[in-house]
Design a protein around this ligand. Structure first.
Ligand code: GLN
Length: 217
């Protein structure tokens, strides 16, 4: 089960992509919801609002704890800001999970939002949509850059964490989500869930579905 943090932002668009990929998905608003998922998407939206709501729902600490235990997280735009360990020039305190420093709204006002073809390592060319996007200004040595635009990283990975400053979910692009689903599948295997899901009866209200192998090209 893949979760989408559903406090604010473009939750529905991520759900549509996951449904299209045949993945069981659910909205996550509470710690109990979080305990049911094997991967979590932090959507785009307004990072200050999501950050405040995370604290209000008591989810910030739970998210940090689960990420440190290996739960795969994928942040798009505002979600990527939340994953960072530093938001340059602002009071916003992010979750501090990824060794990246970001600057919000760094391309300028809404009129400077743009769309561009982006070459992603291992995926190919993706049409990417940047909406009041942040810029990743600095990365630590454990952070892998998977794509760049105008000389700046726009898709980065650090272990179980993936951050995009653009919105694959808004243009019907599924390949970045499929990449994330591979991380989720690896996490399930690491936790031995593949065996336990298949060999045990599903809990009431849940569905034991075979783990889909995402496309690798
Ligand atoms: N500008 C927003 C922020 O800083 C992010 C925009 C987005 O998610 N598209 O939170």
């Amino acid at each position: 089960m893949v979760g989408i943090l559903a406090l604010q932002g473009d939750v529905r668009e991520h759900l549509v992509i996951l449904e299209r990929l045949g993945v069981d998905a659910m909205e996550v608003r509470t710690e109990k919801d979080l305990s049911r998922v094997d991967g979590l998407i932090l959507p785009g939206g307004e990072s200050t609002t999501i950050s405040n709501l995370l604290r209000r729902h008591g989810l910030d600490k739970a998210l940090v704890r689960e990420a440190k235990r290996g739960l795969p997280l994928f942040g798009t735009c505002a979600g990527a800001i939340l994953l960072a360990n530093q938001v340059v020039g602002e009071d916003l305190v992010p979750l501090g999970l990824m060794d990246i420093a970001v600057r919000r709204n760094a391309y300028g006002p809404q009129a400077e939002s743009f769309e561009e073809d982006v070459e992603i390592k291992g995926i190919g060319t993706v049409f990417a949509c940047f909406i009041r996007a942040p810029i990743i200004e600095n990365i630590g040595e454990d952070v892998e850059v998977l794509a760049e635009v105008r000389g700046r990283p726009v898709l980065v990975r650090q272990g179980n964490l993936l951050a995009a400053t653009f919105h694959p979910e808004l243009v019907g692009e599924t390949r970045v989500h499929e990449f994330f689903l591979q991380m989720v599948a690896a996490h399930r295997v690491a936790k031995g869930r593949v065996t336990s899901v298949r060999s045990s009866r599903p809990a009431p209200g849940t569905r034991a579905s075979p783990i889909r192998a995402p496309r690798t090209s």
